[in-house]
Write a protein that binds this ligand. Structure first.
Ligand SMILES: [Zn+2]
Length: 504
């Protein structure tokens, strides 16, 4: 187990090791039959898993549903219906080892992404983004294929929709963001009416055309301040590429009383600061003081960042309104990205209670295994600019205190150690305390999320401990993440074992 993990996690580990030796002796079907009462009790919580279309195509719909029910006690499928990204769609990420199921061949050349259901044109009349059908599996409509079979088993099905695109999509150019230096970016402007109308159209199409249970919406994009500093987990520092300075943003800024030219000037100053910091040119007053000075002398920097958040949350509100307009009983959930775990500046821009007022459930990312390398990356990034005067190990310990992390590994060990199950429990409790019962909290559990060569790979014991930690912390359920096509079966079974043990 992780060298720096807490007493809690060590105890969990010992318990889980004993439990797993029993579990591994049982076939999945025997496991399900052996514990029918516990399975029924487990069903009172939402036990979800994220699955891309390719898994059902490769492994069969009935077979996959069978396996997920019997091994993992899953009662809800979060089916990736819209994304151009490999985090939620496609087989295993190229270059990573395949899990022990599915087709053992990379789809690098055939993966495209888009809408894996059949778009119904009448819903898309108010957007330029009309042609998004995923060509990966010809005429296959993944909702048509999966929904009736899941329903007949009493399973719920949610559409996972993710704001990740490819720039070759027809109409993309006209809605692309504009960066600090006037270049078109690979992301879409959330203030562009075509973009807002697209998301409304998409979720309306899903909810009107299919008997789904609702939508889980993913948007992991950060505002310009975090992007300038690389202050997320998987980002390079791109202070010259911050967005967005398009005409729609300009109009939104005017409506909020913000001057776009002054915002641009502020981000140029920030870009200068970041680029000098990266080459070690220490300002005479030090890095942090200079950073803070840039902020206070250019208040539009924060205002522009807040404006991005406003635009992002406006789309969340649009999605919710569109789904509820079809039927108020349909459920809407939002994926709360990993940076929410690591970055106190990001945390300050989100109130769980506010998010809860817009959603029926929040999928709070608590990916602990890959969390180690991601958190280390975050510390390296902020430690090379704003906090460059602070030794990075000290910066990590300081940040741990700000985040209410327990005894996690030191920076040099963090990628290999991952974060502990105690981190999963703490972040789950923080979310539950924050939402004040206004929505459900479903922690997203890391089940074999790909990591670097020397970084932690999730063992079944890790998966068991993380699921158990979330459920014991009081979560309303869990969502096994990121996608079935990257999970090993022993980990899937370990998740189910934890669910059943916690319900027993
Ligand atoms: Zn814009």
């Amino acid at each position: 187990m992780k060298s720096g993990s807490s007493v809690f996690s060590r105890r969990e580990f010992l318990k889980s090791t004993a439990a797993l030796s029993v579990a591994s002796a049982l076939e999945p079907s025997a496991l399900a039959e052996a514990a029918p009462a516990a399975t029924a009790a487990a069903a009172s919580k939402l036990i979800g898993i994220q699955v891309g279309a390719v898994s059902f195509v490769d492994e069969g719909v009935e077979q996959t549903l069978d396996l997920l029910q019997s091994r993992a006690a899953v009662n809800t499928i979060f089916l990736t219906t819209f994304s151009y990204g490999r985090g939620l769609a496609g087989r295993q990420v190229p270059g990573q080892p395949f899990p022990d199921h599915g087709v053992q061949e990379s789809d690098e050349k055939t993966f495209h992404g888009g809408n894996y259901a059949k778009p119904h044109p009448q819903f898309y009349s108010h957007t330029a983004l009309k042609q998004t059908r995923a060509p990966d599996f010809g005429e296959l409509d993944i909702l048509e294929a999966v929904l009736p079979k899941a329903r007949s088993r009493g399973m719920k099905v949610f559409c996972s929709c993710e704001d990740v695109w490819r720039s070759s999509v027809p109409g993309f150019e006209s809605v692309a963001e504009v960066d600090l230096n006037g270049r078109r970016a690979g992301s879409q402007c959330l203030f562009n009416p075509d973009v807002r109308n697209f998301w409304t159209a998409l979720v309306t199409d899903y909810c009107r055309s299919y008997d789904v249970d609702g939508v889980l919406f993913f948007n992991e994009r950060n505002g310009p301040l975090l992007n300038a500093l690389g202050a997320s987990h998987a980002q390079s520092i791109a202070s010259g590429r911050v967005t967005c300075f398009c005409e729609h943003h300009g109009a939104a800024a005017r409506a909020h009383g913000i001057d776009m030219d002054r915002a641009r000037a502020g981000y140029r100053k920030l870009d200068e600061f970041v680029q000098q910091a990266l080459t070690g040119q220490r300002p005479s007053d030090g890095y942090f003081v200079e950073f803070w000075r840039v902020l206070v002398e250019n208040p539009e920097i924060l205002a522009w960042d807040r404006l991005f958040d406003f635009g992002k949350h406006q789309v969340l509100a649009d999605v919710r309104a569109a789904v509820k307009a079809v039927r108020p009983g349909l459920q809407v959930g939002f994926h709360i990205e990993h940076v929410n775990s690591f970055n106190p500046i990001f945390r300050a821009t989100r109130r769980y209670e506010d998010l809860a007022s817009k959603a029926d459930f929040l999928k709070v990312v608590v990916y602990n295994n890959c969390g180690g390398e991601r958190y280390a990356h975050f510390i390296q990034n902020v430690g090379s600019t704003v906090f460059r005067d602070v030794p990075k190990e000290e910066l990590l310990r300081f940040n741990n205190h700000l985040l209410n992390y327990g005894d996690e590994a030191a920076l040099s060990d963090l990628p290999e150690a991952g974060l502990s199950p105690d981190y999963v429990a703490r972040e789950t409790k923080r979310a539950l305390a924050g939402v004040h019962g206004k929505c459900k909290v479903l922690p997203g559990i890391d089940v074999g999320i790909p990591t670097g060569q020397n970084s932690r790979k999730a063992t079944p014991e890790d998966t068991y401990a993380a699921v158990a930690a979330a459920l014991k912390a009081g979560a309303d359920g869990v969502i096994l993440s990121r996608k079935y096509s990257e999970m090993r079966l022993a980990n899937v079974s370990a998740a189910g074992k934890a669910v059943r043990d916690c319900a027993a």
